[in-house]
Design a protein around this ligand. Structure first.
Ligand SMILES: Cc1ncc(COP(=O)(O)O)c(C=O)c1O
Length: 376
């Protein structure tokens, strides 16, 4: 048996008629950029979040720096995040011209540890970017309390957790804006690049809407801006997929529960934790080897057994070669939990269209590694 890491083509085949119909609609409309399909999808996405506005962008990285820029955050300002996220979270801070300040993650969830944030705040701090890493919400109520106390903005990096919920809170409810990525492999992914910003802040929405389109919201009328738009073809694909997102997330949760039940006896790995009352949507199912030197051998063993295991993200941002490339960056306190996460993470195949046989094969091979190789 071979188990792939992604199931994009299976997903396409399952809802081919719906996707093809939307693509056809766009092609026949003659409006491919800033057309009616984009408008429709933006309205659907805002409604899905229970928020007023959604602005489609070229990708999830742009959404973050457009939000920072739209909130007036840039050179001379500091933005707090954690270093065991995908590189783009920090990259967006640097593109906006601000300084990235890294604090540690929570050892359980791997999301930013709210207890580490306050000590990192200086008079220059302007915002916090929590990441809903792997598909589980960061502790937004605790982050919001700190932000309110220090008058900081919050931008949620929700590239990985569309449809996730916290205990008593929703994504977008406790922040100024939420950024999403729709790159292929995300829970809501198109067949290419795109992203969006969702918010209740009308001024931010209007600013980002202009910034993403050459500083223009009327033909021939411009101010400084960029080209970062979500094309109508992608909007059509995403509109078709958004109708299925809750069902896809439920499938991911089902496979996660099966992995967790099957692997609970393993002695040499730690399994992902879902906090009580949280609705984790398992963009990724990430286990950690108990020792960092076991990570690569475990991945190699699974790959040799035709299981496409990967690592997310095996080099913490501040440990990348050349860091910080002349950009503003500061590490606030120990980031030992984030470094341990990077050194020990192994992602098992996770997508809604997996089959029970595939999940059981992965479980069997992880157990085999655990019994024969782990710990040695
Ligand atoms: C946590 C996180 N932030 C930001 C991004 C950037 O999104 P994009 O690749 O659409 O620019 C991604 C994914 O790629 C991500 O996983």
């Amino acid at each position: 048996m071979k188990v792939e890491f992604y199931g994009h083509v299976r997903q396409y085949h399952n809802i081919k008629a719906e996707i093809d119909r939307n693509i056809q609609t766009v092609l026949e409309s003659g409006q491919y950029v800033m057309g009616p399909m984009l408008k429709k999808f933006e309205a659907e996405l805002a409604a899905y979040h229970g928020l007023q506005f959604a602005v489609g962008t070229g990708n999830g990285t742009d959404s973050i720096w457009l939000a920072l820029m739209g909130l007036g955050i840039g050179p001379g300002d500091e933005v707090i995040t954690h270093p065991n996220t995908f590189f783009a979270t920090a990259e967006a801070i640097w593109i906006a011209g601000a300084t990235a300040v890294f604090v540690d993650c929570c050892p359980k969830t791997k999301c930013i540890d709210p207890e580490k944030i306050e000590a990192a705040i200086t008079p220059k701090t302007k915002a916090i970017i929590p990441v809903h890493l792997y598909g589980q919400c960061a502790d937004m109520p605790a982050i919001k309390k700190i932000a309110d106390r220090h008058k900081l903005k919050i931008i949620e990096d929700n590239a990985q957790g569309i449809g996730a919920r916290g205990a008593g809170f929703k994504i977008g409810e406790l922040s100024d804006a939420t950024s999403t990525s729709f790159i292929i492999q995300k829970n809501l992914g198109t067949f290419g690049d795109s992203g969006a910003l969702v918010t209740n802040n009308a001024q931010l929405e209007a600013t980002v809407r202009k910034l993403r389109n050459h500083g223009s919201n009327a033909r021939n009328v411009h101010s400084f801006g960029f080209n970062s738009r979500l094309d109508d073809l992608h909007a059509g694909i995403l509109s078709a997929k958004l109708k299925h997102i809750d069902e896809y997330n439920d499938q991911r949760r089902k496979w996660s529960a099966r992995y967790t039940a099957g692997l609970s006896g393993c002695k040499n790995i730690e399994l992902p934790v879902e906090l009580p009352g949280y609705h984790h949507v398992f963009h990724l199912y990430v286990v950690e080897t108990r020792k960092s030197e076991w990570r690569d051998p475990m991945v190699d063993f699974l790959v040799k057994n035709n299981i496409d295991a990967k690592t997310h993200y095996s080099i913490a941002i501040h440990q990348q070669a050349g860091y910080p490339w002349g950009k503003g960056a500061r590490i606030a306190g120990s980031v030992a939990n984030a470094e341990a996460n990077a050194a020990r993470c192994v992602s098992l195949p996770m997508f809604p269209e997996l089959t029970a046989d595939e999940v059981d094969y992965v479980i069997a091979k992880v157990k085999e590694w655990d019994a024969q190789h782990g710990g040695k």
